[in-house]
Design a protein around this ligand. Structure first.
Ligand code: ADP
Length: 350
């Protein structure tokens, strides 16, 4: 049976350089039963602290943690029904894989055949049924992380918490492991909170993403909402690549600070000084009556095509994706297909 998890007004104060600061600032969110929620944000934004408060390793300075309607804020970690997977695996080096996975079950009083069958089930779940008698240092990083996941899951926790579990693995293995984690999570239907600074990972693995910056949740939404409908400049910048152009919006379009007119059907609610933003894939390089002239000043090969840096005027460079080969110094025309606008001062979506 999956359960729900709710954070209400969670804050955590720390002291740094003799001054106290809010590492986690009024976080409110709900994780539905069986949902996979990811905390995404740059290093130091409060993701791990929030996860550790859910686990009971840290106590909130204020706020409540609610599991299936019950307040567990004061319940000690070992009395919470949660599995935790650490970034560095945290396996016991002197114990066999069997004993590592058995650890939490023994604490809960299991022994003999009942214990062995649970451990074997757990190892089979992560595809490492043949590793029982080995030691952690005889396994690869990816295998060790699978063991850590098996260890967290065999106790059949109500909530699974994972703190950057893949960041010590190489790129290819990371992609395979994130698929495996997602499939296992969906199969078990276990309510899950996952921490990462990797936006690509977050987009691929999550049902919902909470984007953090400086202890504050900036936006919570599905991967599509976060990518396609960012509510502020921070989210647009952190998730995927975005261009930001300072200028002025009017009924005729957008004029950059350098005086380049960008034809665009600007919504009536957006007028005056603001920031125009678009993804590199939301503009095309071509000829046409609606086009803006620019010059290629740099390019990056992406395998599927190129990303070109186009200089529109002295103060304005934008990145645009384009399949064909162009050269530095080429003059091109740019057509903007889709843009959004942010307040120039606050960065809030207009
Ligand atoms: P993230 O997981 O997003 O990288 P953390 O939650 O680990 O961020 O940290 C958030 C902020 O709190 C950082 O500025 C970090 O230095 C600070 N911090 C974390 N733990 C402690 C602690 N035990 N004492 C003091 N400051 C801490």
């Amino acid at each position: 049976m999956s359960i729900s998890l709710e954070l209400r007004g969670i804050c955590r104060t720390y002291v740094k350089d003799n001054e106290s600061f809010l590492a986690v600032d009024n976080v409110n969110l709900t994780v539905s039963p069986g949902e996979f929620l990811t905390f995404l944000g740059p290093s130091g934004c409060g993701k791990t602290t929030t996860l550790r408060m859910i686990a009971g390793f840290e106590i909130p300075s204020s706020g409540q943690i609610i599991v299936d309607g019950s307040d567990i804020t004061q319940v000690p970690a070992n009395k919470r029904d949660m599995g935790f997977v650490f970034q560095n695996y945290a396996l016991f080096p002197h114990m066999t894989i069997f004993e590592n996975v058995a650890y939490g079950l023994r604490i809960r009083g299991l022994s003999g055949d009942a214990l062995a069958s649970k451990v074997r089930e757990g190892l089979a779940m992560v595809g490492l049924g043949n590793a029982e008698q080995r030691y952690p240092n005889q396994l690869s990083g990816g295998q060790q992380q699978r063991i850590a996941i098996a260890r967290a899951l065999v106790i059949e926790p109500q909530v699974l918490l994972l703190d950057e579990p893949l960041s010590n693995l190489d790129a290819k293995l990371r992609i395979k492991m994130r698929q495996d984690i997602k499939n296992l999570q969906k199969k078990l239907g276990i309510t899950t909170v996952y921490v990462t600074h990797d936006q690509e990972e977050a987009l691929e693995i999550s049902d919902h993403i909470a984007v953090f910056s400086e202890g504050v949740v900036q936006q919570i939404g599905s991967p599509e909402e976060i990518y396609e409908d960012p509510q502020n400049r921070f989210v647009a910048n952190f998730v995927g690549k975005s261009n930001f152009v300072d200028g002025t919006a009017s009924a005729d379009g957008f004029r950059t600070l350098g005086g380049t007119d960008i034809p665009y059907n600007v919504p009536a609610s957006v007028r005056g000084a603001c920031v125009l933003s678009f993804r590199p894939e939301s503009a095309v390089l071509s000829e046409g009556p609606n086009a803006i002239q620019g010059e290629i000043v740099d390019s990056f090969y992406r395998g599927t095509g190129y990303q070109y840096i186009v200089q529109l005027d002295a103060g304005c460079r934008v990145a645009v994706e384009h399949a064909g080969k162009l050269h530095t110094g080429d003059t091109v025309s740019l057509v903007l297909n889709q843009a959004i606008f942010f307040d120039a001062k606050t960065g809030v979506r207009l």
